[in-house]
Design a protein around this ligand. Structure first.
Ligand code: DC
Length: 233
């Protein structure tokens, strides 16, 4: 029933499918807050590395999770990415490397990590009016979200997009290596037992191969406008 729904948009899908850009643009169009859940997993991975904690050490990880303070702030003027503060220190650019993506994928399979971050994400989304982006936002974090999308694209296209993104930041990229990393990370994210990457049964699946960001956003926006939600709030 529409009354049971939360005024939340979820966008899940594999890495490089265009989720971040689409989520940001859609959130701005709707005047909703953009919640980048992947940045939170990356923040935990970063902190494990900073503190020299092996994620397999469950006591060490427990202590890290109890103490970590993750803040997501709107992008700085002229920037696209959400600002991420870990324990008050801005670490955004260090989180957005392929290596940190791989480490984030690894820590994200751990129950303690998922439990902590899922709870935090649900607190952030409690008031509604958010666009949440990740792997399990429509299935586990916000199962009552009113509008769910699953954004996919071929691995080759996703690798090409990621490569372009990294190059635009002045980084050198080996595209074949990037493709191999993307394929592995997606397989791991899909095959893990907890909250695996999968489309919610009530999600609209969009294949963005060959589509411009504007077209993806247009389809989502149309779906949102034509799907009722949550009374008058
Ligand atoms: O979206 P991203 O590339 O920043 O995510 C990094 C990793 O974090 C991804 O490979 C899996 C994990 N993740 C997750 O398990 N659940 C989410 N909701 C978001 C990310």
């Amino acid at each position: 029933m529409a009354e049971d729904k939360q005024r939340i948009v979820t966008i899940d899908g594999p890495s490089g499918g265009g989720k971040s850009t689409v989520s940001r643009v859609l959130a701005a169009k709707l005047h909703f807050t953009y919640l980048d859940t992947g940045a939170m997993y990356r923040a935990v991975a970063f902190q494990c590395r900073e503190k020299g904690i092996d994620p397999a050490d469950s006591q060490g990880l427990e202590a890290l999770l109890a103490a970590i303070r993750i803040e997501l702030l709107p992008p700085a003027e002229g920037e696209d990415d959400v600002r991420v503060l870990v324990d008050g220190r801005e670490v955004g650019s260090q989180l957005r490397t392929p290596e940190m993506g791989m480490l984030a994928s690894k820590v994200s399979a751990l129950p303690q990590v998922r439990q902590t971050l899922t709870r935090l994400q649900q607190q952030i989304g409690a008031g509604g009016r958010i666009v949440a982006e990740g792997r399990d936002t429509g299935t586990v974090v916000f199962p009552r979200a009113a509008w769910k999308f699953f954004l996919d694209a071929s691995p080759e296209v996703r690798a090409r997009r990621r490569a372009a993104q990294l190059r635009s930041k002045g980084e050198e990229v080996d595209e074949a290596h990037l493709l191999a990393q993307i394929v592995k990370r997606d397989r791991d994210d899909r095959e893990r037992s907890l909250a695996p990457l999968t489309a919610a049964p009530d999600a609209l699946i969009i294949d963005s191969t060959g589509l411009l960001v504007e077209e993806v956003v247009r389809r989502m926006y149309e779906k949102i406008l034509t799907t009722p939600c949550c009374g008058k709030k």
